[in-house]
Design a binder for this molecule. Structure first.
Ligand SMILES: C[S@@+](CC[C@H](N)C(=O)[O-])C[C@H]1O[C@@H](n2cnc3c(N)ncnc32)[C@H](O)[C@@H]1O
Length: 185
């Protein structure tokens, strides 16, 4: 682990400080995700928490698509399952419990979304390498990091690792109180 990496994992109760009904005012999932998700595709929401974005991903891929909603914490996945049943999206969303050192999925995906979670991963290079290998050719990885916890220097470390692994840095879409990058495989 380098000085720019951390072992911190957002606890389930802290999620409610930002994953609440007011969240839509600053992070509109449709607006953030729409440009990168096609109907019928298979996508991965890694570090999905309680699935705030997984629900919109499921609406965008539609009944012919699939959303892997993956997290380290069973309690997050329990919240996600409650929400996906309530929204009637449980046939599209597949919850997945990640291992401590690996996501552990094998099915290739068209798009990966990582919202406010990459800074919590202790071995960022290995993690990005796993994302790279999970993506289909021309697949897109959208990373969004929180402006407050993640300094420009720390975010540049992620950009450097992504470029080193073989991603192409395509753009930096504007997302409120965040730093973001779109990587193409
Ligand atoms: C700050 S929360 C964000 C949750 C969600 N993306 C959202 O925006 O509502 C970060 C999440 O990433 C998860 N996480 C952290 N490290 C992870 C890892 N290595 N693999 C999978 N999930 C991880 C945490 O358990 C937590 O649910």
């Amino acid at each position: 682990m380098t000085q720019l990496e951390s072992n911190y994992t957002c606890p389930w109760w802290l999620l409610f400080t930002f994953d609440n009904p007011l969240r839509k005012l600053i992070h509109n999932p449709h607006k953030i995700l729409r440009p990168y998700v096609k109907a019928g595709s298979t996508v991965l929401d890694v570090g999905c928490g309680m699935g705030y974005f997984s629900l919109e991903l499921a609406r965008l891929v539609g009944p012919q698509g699939k959303v892997f909603a993956a997290d380290l914490q069973p309690r997050m996945l329990a919240g996600l399952e409650r929400r996906s049943h309530k929204a009637g999206l449980q046939t599209v969303i597949q919850p997945h419990l990640c291992g401590a050192n690996s996501i552990g999925l094998t099915e290739p995906v068209d798009m990966i979304f990582a919202f406010w979670m990459v800074h919590e991963v202790s071995d960022r290079k290995a993690f990005l390498q796993e994302l790279f290998s999970l993506l289909k050719p021309d697949g897109v990885l959208l990373i969004v990091e929180p402006l407050i916890h993640v300094t420009q220097k720390n975010f540049e470390y992620t950009l450097d690792l992504g470029n080193e692994i073989g991603f192409s840095e395509i753009s930096h879409p504007e997302v409120a109180v965040s730093r973001s990058v779109v990587f193409l495989k």
